[in-house]
Design a protein around this ligand. Structure first.
Ligand code: ADP
Length: 316
């Protein structure tokens, strides 16, 4: 049984072959595996963690490609289901030079949202020590109910729970609904990572203070706000700080947040009580995660750019 499990979307990103264009301008696209929780699973595996992925693809060539990709990266796919009723979800992506992404999803419906609660293996989940989830799988039923059932199973087991809301408003029928479900699963998390671009939508707070208070009051032990090239801010309610990012020449920012999460989670494994960590323990962890995020911007595509421990060590 894998030590770490990630649940959520696994899909094909068709990434523009030309940088700094809109989707309408993009002349062509390259096929790449995508889906934030799946990226985190690969990120963990590349860092030496025994990781598995729970989700659904279609019983089609793209689904086969995604399964093979996870397997080639040593991610357990025993609970990646190939659904017969819908096709593997697709996303078309163009990234502008300012880091903003232009994305269109083909998911009406896609296989990823067809994962159902009766396909969740609670025993598999309860044996995990780390469980990571997002909010994209909450946007539609039945994957919403499946995700919540899995989160509850992880919480009833011995896992540390990690949550990256990863807001993708275009996937929701309405923004208020997105906000409601994003908050619904917040109290289960031990570690929450939110990017600065998502902060205002999630917390309704331009300033950090009120939002932090609200999240920590739910029982979240460690909250990290990633700030792109500026690094990150963290707080466990006891210690907090900003940790500068690294200056690099960016090739493609896709997956930086997923690399950051995977690297941070591997470093946190050595500590039982996240609320007791002090700055001199958290600063180097966040620096390590910033390095992983920076490295993820150095290659085209997410999975090839997720770093190994030796790549992070030599970068540092
Ligand atoms: P997301 O990818 O989820 O939108 P961010 O853009 O905040 O999240 O990136 C996550 C982390 O990756 C940052 O905290 C930082 O450490 C690193 N990172 C992202 N963009 C850059 C960049 N342009 N230069 C250096 N590091 C970066």
């Amino acid at each position: 049984m894998p030590e770490a499990l990630c649940i959520g979307e696994l899909l094909i990103d068709f990434v523009s072959t030309t940088p700094d264009v809109t989707l309408a301008e993009a002349p062509g696209f390259v096929k790449a595996p995508g889906g934030a929780p799946a990226n985190v699973a690969v990120g963990l595996a590349k860092l030496g963690v025994d990781a598995g992925f729970i989700g659904k693809v279609g019983a089609d060539a793209f689904g086969d490609f995604l399964r093979e990709t996870l397997q080639q990266n040593s991610v357990d796919t025993a609970h990646l289901i190939a659904g017969e009723t819908s096709r593997t979800t697709l996303a078309f992506v163009a990234t502008r030079s300012d880091g903003m992404k232009d994305i269109t999803f083909y998911r009406h419906p896609g296989a990823d949202i067809q994962l159902s609660p009766d396909e969740i293996d609670r025993r598999y989940i309860q044996s995990a020590e780390l469980f990571h989830y997002g909010s994209v799988s909450l946007s539609h039923s039945p994957s919403r109910e499946a995700t919540i059932a899995a989160i509850r199973a992880a919480k009833a087991g011995r896992a540390r729970l990690s949550y990256d809301p990863n807001v993708r408003l275009m996937l929701w029928d309405d923004a208020a609904d997105a906000k409601r479900w994003i908050w619904e699963v917040m109290p289960y998390a031990d570690v929450v990572k939110i990017s600065d671009e998502e902060w205002e939508f999630v917390t309704g707070d331009v300033d950090l203070k009120q939002g932090i208070k609200r999240i920590l009051e739910l029982g979240v032990k460690l909250l990290v706000v990633t700030l792109g090239e500026r690094g990150c801010y963290y707080t466990n309610g006891f210690a907090d700080g900003f940790v500068d990012g690294f200056i690099v020449n960016v090739v493609d920012t896709l997956g930086a947040g997923d690399a950051f999460v995977a690297a941070m989670l591997t470093q946190l494994r050595q500590y039982m009580d996240l609320t007791a960590l002090e700055r001199d323990q958290l600063d180097p962890i966040m620096r390590y995660a910033n390095a992983a995020g920076a490295l993820a911007t150095q290659k085209v595509g997410v999975i090839p750019s997720l770093p190994t421990p030796s790549e992070i060590d030599s970068f540092l």
